[in-house]
Ligand binder design. Sequence first.
Ligand SMILES: Nc1ncnc2c1ncn2[C@@H]1O[C@H](COP(=O)(O)OP(=O)(O)OP(=O)(O)O)[C@@H](O)[C@H]1O
Ligand SMILES: [Mg+2]
Length: 307
Amino acid sequence: MARTICIANQKGGVGKTTTSVNLASSLAELGRRVLIVDMDPQGNASSGLGVKRYDNQENNIYQVLIGEKSLKDVAQSTNTQSLCIASANPDLVGAEIELVDMPHREYRLRQAIESVSNEFDYVLIDCPPSLGLLTVNSLCAADSFMVPLQCEYYALEGLSQLLNTCGLIKKSLNPALRIEGIVLTMFDTRNNLSHQVVAEIQSHFGDKVFKSIIPRNVRLSEAPSHGQSILDYDSKSIGARKYRELAEELDQRVYGSAQEESAPAENPITPQEAPKAEGEMTLKEEGSSLTQPQSSQESPVEGEAHV
Ligand SMILES: Nc1ncnc2c1ncn2[C@@H]1O[C@H](COP(=O)(O)OP(=O)(O)OP(=O)(O)O)[C@@H](O)[C@H]1O
Ligand SMILES: [Mg+2]
């Protein structure tokens, strides 16, 4: 059974797609079988992995969601070994509307993923920057969700809304849903604010924040225009190194150490890594704990971020 992880944040441009593509490629490099499901009509994960728009008109995730095709038909291989993608194109915009009247509308993606789950170790879902039915389908299909947060002043803006939504979905549609972790992206070492944001987020979320922090790296922003992951585009760049680190950290959490190649652990979170009270409360109490920063109001992040 694959671990299905939804990469979500309704805030735009925070690094969801960059993380989906490069984390997936790094997991594949570790020898894992990985499927990326592109749930964003912008299709950035698809083009970022070299899928041409005219190539996927008959085979894309829209057709899976409306029941015309199976996910197995639509998933295609990429230049990276053991990495497949179910691609998206702008047709997917229509799914938000068409799904409304369909039976099991929140579970269309879940049903599709269940049918291929045995063929992958990971399914990563790249979400659009919204909390509409496409994201709801993604969260209903997922075992867990990962939240990329940009290391900038308004990083936490909208986070409580996202966590509220996840809390509601956990309560009513997908009780097993949990937070996989927060990935800090676009970290700028020279910028004091970046350091403050990291400290702030770590103090709120503790172990739920991945230790691997993704720096701002121009090679990461160039890679998609070549239809390549960072590992293919510039394997020695700092961006490639950090996404590899992130993949190892995640894989360690999910499957244990690389030496112990095995099925996923029964409880993939070790005691030390168990969610801090606030991480748990976040889901149970629909993000309420996050609306009140714990420390003083002096930090510009706390003061202005409307967490
Ligand atoms: N670590 C990074 N360093 C430099 N540029 C980055 C980094 N991460 C992402 N980018 C660039 O920032 C932009 C936004 O990133 P990305 O597309 O991954 O965000 P997103 O959250 O998926 O956006 P959207 O909400 O529109 O789907 C892109 O141009 C991407 O190349
Ligand atoms: Mg994106």
